[in-house]
Design a protein around this ligand. Structure first.
Ligand SMILES: Nc1ncnc2c1ncn2[C@@H]1O[C@H](COP(=O)(O)OP(=O)(O)OP(=O)(O)O)[C@@H](O)[C@H]1O
Ligand SMILES: Nc1ncnc2c1ncn2[C@@H]1O[C@H](COP(=O)(O)OP(=O)(O)OP(=O)(O)O)[C@@H](O)[C@H]1O
Ligand SMILES: [Mg+2]
Ligand SMILES: [Mg+2]
Lengths: 283, 283
């Protein structure tokens, strides 16, 4: 059994990649086996971990999540790269954008579930020192297209990274509609279980009000008793403070724990990682 | 004659809307006639200025940039809203996303130039107290689709708002390719003339290194002598500092000058506005 979480938000630049990488790394440092799947044609999670993505100008012919999505028979374990102790990466490549077009030609019933099928096989595959993974994180692109849909179909949970700004609230309902659609059509077990507040600027009153709006929204969904996929969603703590070190370390291909293991950004992601693991262990 | 500038970056959350709104507002406060065109189905610029966008759940049947894009005969001046002294808005609406599909059915030769045609008519239209506008700003969505292409076809200049972070550099070449493509096919006069550094965190060394990378890149393009559309691009000053007030004022439908006219965000956008006007006056 494993905890599989898609980090999703169609808005750009909200902290999806920073959260996927550093949360995955935090949990790997706690000794759990973690897989990070990079679903974004920007390949930022891949770069962040110090791996050069294939595709584009790159000469690197290595396999990527692209191959997994295009070919149901492709052995996903051959695309895995071990990037840290306990941490594996299924990298993206920068031609992934062309994939959306190629996948459009695939039978609709299969188009969004290829990743899930590949991961189910991986779950029982022997991989250096063990079988499968205890935690799987999907870094989604800033869109609601076929790559994100594959992530939503393959995961059991959704975490929404977002900023505590007024304009950030505007996109949430559309995001939840998409989750509801995937839950209804291909993945009935899908649940939004968390919101990660990213890049929080101290705790200005504005920021607290936006967080309160979110908390109220989820409380109302629970009180309303409807069976919506976000009825068990919570705003996770701690919020991740804005910390320039988190923006610097990708340029060195490092996680925050490689770069500055005791800075505020590291403290926050470590604490979040401990909580994600503790919740899982309690179940 | 007017200075027409598209604020463009396919990356999300980099400061396009905040810059379009506050730069337009700064220049309007200097007494110049300014039009802001909201090209984004998120309608954030429209919201930021305190206007309720049409579309979606809204009952408001008002005309928007949508009508201008779908119907060449539509009188654009009927969609204008005066939002401040000297500042007019051509609002977006939240159904604009469906527009991309509808426009896909339009003849390719026309599909990306509808906005330009409408603006050419506006330039000679009598509009309350004057004719046309001296400055026109286009707030583009975070994509390289038909809405952004309409903005690029209609403008003579591109400003690129971006953060001075490593990951922000990764998307720049793709952005420039798109500008080059539009310059080659539909708008030979299109030039990237500026980069606006947004949300700068103090001046960390990382931030200065990223800015230096950009400066070097444009210097090399100039020195190389090729006729690329970014050969006269400069990193504009001042950089816009991170200032929570800039994130708060959209929730009140206010520009930074309405909300906190002497905070750092206001000082920076006012200074940038003065520079944009001064450059124009010198020509
Ligand atoms: N807490 C933080 N403090 C400072 N900078 C941050 C923080 N979180 C993220 N950043 C920076 O903000 C930028 C956007 O973050 P990130 O790339 O994680 O967002 P994203 O949602 O994955 O973006 P995209 O939509 O392009 O995939 C990056 O340059 C990142 O380094
Ligand atoms: N200098 C700044 N200081 C603090 N917050 C800022 C600053 N500039 C922008 N923001 C906030 O950052 C968020 C993203 O900014 P903005 O909406 O302008 O980006 P965008 O590029 O238009 O995003 P999108 O791609 O979604 O259109 C907003 O919540 C905005 O209020
Ligand atoms: Mg990302
Ligand atoms: Mg915007």
């Amino acid at each position: 059994q494993s905890r599989t979480i898609a980090l999703m938000n169609q808005k750009g630049g909200v902290g999806k990649t920073t959260t996927t990488v550093n949360l995955a790394a935090a949990i790997a440092q706690l000794g759990r086996r973690v897989l990070l799947v990079d679903l974004d044609p920007q390949a930022h999670a891949t770069l962040h971990l110090g791996v050069e993505p294939a595709g584009g100008e790159s000469e690197t012919p290595r396999p990527s999540v692209y191959d997994v999505l295009l070919d149901p028979a492709f052995p996903a374990e051959s695309a895995l790269r071990k990037v840290r102790d306990n941490l594996w990466l299924l990298p993206a490549e920068t031609d992934l954008a062309a994939l959306e077009t190629e996948l459009a030609a695939v039978d609709p019933a299969q188009r969004t579930t290829r990743l899930r099928a590949a991961l189910e096989k991986l779950a029982s595959s022997p991989i250096e020192g063990g079988t499968g993974f205890e935690f799987v994180f999907f870094d989604c692109p800033p869109s609601l297209g076929v790559l994100t849909l594959n992530g939503l179909a393959a995961a059991r949970e959704v975490f929404i990274p977002m900023q505590s700004h007024f304009l950030a609230l505007q996109g949430v309902s559309k995001l939840l509609e998409t989750v509801a659609l995937v839950a209804k059509t291909v993945n009935p077990r899908l649940r939004v279980t968390g919101v990660v507040i990213c890049m929080q600027d101290t705790s200005s009153r504005h920021s607290r009000e936006v967080v309160q709006d979110l908390v109220d929204f989820f409380d109302q969904a629970r009180a309303g008793g409807q069976d919506v996929p976000w009825k068990s969603a919570r705003v996770l703590t701690p919020a991740i403070r804005r910390n320039i070190k988190l923006a610097e370390c990708p340029s060195f291909g490092q996680t925050i724990f490689d770069y500055a293991p005791f800075c505020p950004g590291a403290l926050d992601y470590r604490a979040l990682g401990e909580r994600v693991v503790a919740e899982w262990d309690e179940l």
